[in-house]
Design a protein around this ligand. Structure first.
Ligand code: ATP
Ligand code: MG
Length: 509
């Protein structure tokens, strides 16, 4: 065995009822390398990691760490062996402070008690290393998902791991935060740490990794040095078919005589979003661009009654409507698929079918239950339409891969057949093929006359799909641009500092 290989996984097999999640998969990790693990939703990436970290038991194969066979049966054992993981869904305690979260389970002691002074001091040093300017004595929940993600990485780093596993760490980080994380990763790499990196952002793969391994449907497709495959070849290997179809999406045209579907005038919530006016025509796709925290989600929530507007009014099809609760929104045929699926959306113990029918049932009222045949039909339709990887509709949603859970929540809202469909980061954590599929479905809805609000941090997909784009900064709308003529740079300039007036390309409001 060459000296620099620290980890060798051989012929790993994992079975779940009805699925072979991994079929004789080999994987190696070298000292001081970043190795990307790639594949579509449900390909088996997280499962491979969970078997290495003692979360899942394996049904076959061997794991060698520095040439010695290991069989971790719990995450703690894996940590003791020097293998630290930041999981796809953050697994920290929101009510504890940042510092407590970093040291939970391994608090330094002093005279029989926990040594808070040292804990806070070391936490501060770590945060400095990550260039995070935060108060470590505040509860973790006080901070954004991005910060929470960085905290869980800091924790893993501080454990002095030899192997660091990052399962989609960047899906909720903005560009600056990604830069920061990469800086830290390069530092750790230089110190000899081996890093396994899972992501659906292919540009990031090329930027940071030394090697990549591709899985498809539980099978190993191959391991490659980064220069061996270009992006097109990589995607082709991941999805197992040509990608031309995927990139041939075109925005839907809004009919000239299209009526206004939704008109919001001067809505706002003190301290959250300032005086916003937006309009949406029938069949129009309105993109919301802006950094995390710019007020995109809060605006969407106001249009769904999840955040009560303190001012202004909202009209639908020309009539004033009240949107004080999500239920009122649902009754007005407005649907909202939230961003944070773990806290806002998923009911892990229910099946895929039950999770999909929830919103439809809520609109109908519980006096009119859906028949089982209707439920089955609905679930089967969306499993097929969105390509949800599952043997059937009865599988618990909690057992699906992260990206497939996201698709189920999306199906829940699409199934209500809304007039206005609001999607907050619907393609986050979703593989390239499914991403294109979701964009296609959105555009198809527009062609049927549905109005869509599409929030995304990825400017290329916003520009590709939107008729108009609202740009937000610092909790206010700073510009509105035409989707057909604007460029990514235009939007970046507006976000950075420019104003609508300087842009010169804004559409009429
Ligand atoms: N606890 C479980 N019980 C049953 N099936 C499971 C369980 N965990 C994973 N699976 C199945 O194993 C397969 C691989 O899932 P995995 O989570 O490894 O995918 P992934 O590559 O990480 O996808 P994503 O990009 O969506 O996160 C999927 O078909 C999934 O439904
Ligand atoms: Mg996963």
């Amino acid at each position: 065995m060459p000296e620099n290989i620290i980890l060798e996984m051989k012929e790993i097999e994992i079975k779940f009822p009805g699925v072979k999640a991994l079929d004789k998969v080999d994987f190696t990790l070298r000292k001081g390398e970043v190795h990307s693990l790639l594949g579509e939703n449900g390909a088996g990436k997280s499962t491979l990691i969970k078997c290495l970290t003692g979360v899942n038991r394996k049904d076959g194969g061997k794991i060698l760490l520095n040439g010695q066979e290991i069989n971790p049966t719990s995450p703690q054992q894996a940590v003791d062996l020097g293998i630290s993981t930041v999981f796809q869904e953050i697994n920290l305690c929101p009510n504890l402070t940042v510092a407590e979260n970093i040291f939970i389970g391994r608090q330094p002691m002093k005279r029989g008690g926990i040594d808070w002074k040292t804990i806070n001091k070391r936490a501060n040093e770590l945060m400095e290393r990550f260039h995070l300017d935060i108060d470590v004595t505040r509860p973790l929940s006080f901070y954004s998902t991005a910060v929470q993600q960085m905290v869980s990485i800091a924790r893993a780093v501080d454990i002095q791991a030899k192997i660091l596993i990052l399962d989609e760490p960047t899906s909720s980080l903005d560009d600056n935060e990604v830069r920061l994380l990469f800086e830290v990763m390069r530092q750790l790499k230089a110190e000899g740490m081996g890093i396994i990196f899972i992501t659906h952002f292919l540009d990031q793969v090329y930027e940071i990794s030394d090697r990549m391994t591709i899985l498809r449907n539980g099978h190993l497709i191959g391991s490659y040095e980064i220069g061996q495959l270009n992006k097109v070849q990589l995607v082709t290997e991941m999805i197992g078919k040509d990608i031309d179809v995927i990139f041939n999406l075109k925005r839907a045209d809004v009919k000239e005589d299209a009526a206004y579907m939704l008109e919001a005038e001067h809505i706002g919530v003190p301290g959250k979003v300032k005086d916003i006016s937006v309009t949406l025509k029938e069949g129009e796709l309105l993109g919301f661009a802006g950094l995390l925290g710019s007020g995109r989600t809060e605006t969407a929530e106001m249009l769904f009654g999840a955040e009560k507007t303190a001012q202004g009014k909202i009209r639908k099809k020309g009539s004033d409507i009240s949107l004080k609760t999500p239920h009122e929104a649902i009754m007005n045929r407005i649907a909202f698929c939230p961003e944070d699926r773990k806290t806002d959306g998923i009911i892990g113990d229910l099946s895929i079918r039950e999770n999909i029918m929830l919103a439809v049932q809520a609109r109908r009222g519980f006096m009119h239950p859906m028949s089982r045949a209707e439920q089955d039909k609905l679930a089967d339709y969306y499993i097929k339409a969105l390509g949800i990887a599952t043997p059937d509709a009865e599988k618990k949603i909690g057992e699906l891969s992260g990206g497939n859970q996201q698709k189920v929540i999306l199906a829940r809202w699409m199934a209500t057949e809304p007039d206005v469909l609001i999607l907050d980061e619907p393609t986050r954590g979703i593989d390239v093929g499914a991403k294109a599929e979701i964009q296609r479905l959105m555009l198809e809805r527009c062609r049927d006359g549905v109005s869509v609000i599409f929030i995304s941090s990825e400017l290329d997909e916003i520009i590709r799909c939107s008729n108009r784009i609202v740009v937000m900064r610092d909790r206010q709308k700073v510009a509105e641009v035409d989707g057909a003529t604007c460029t990514q740079q235009d939007i970046l300039n507006i976000i950075a500092e420019g104003s609508a007036a300087e842009n010169g390309k804004e559409a009429s409001v």
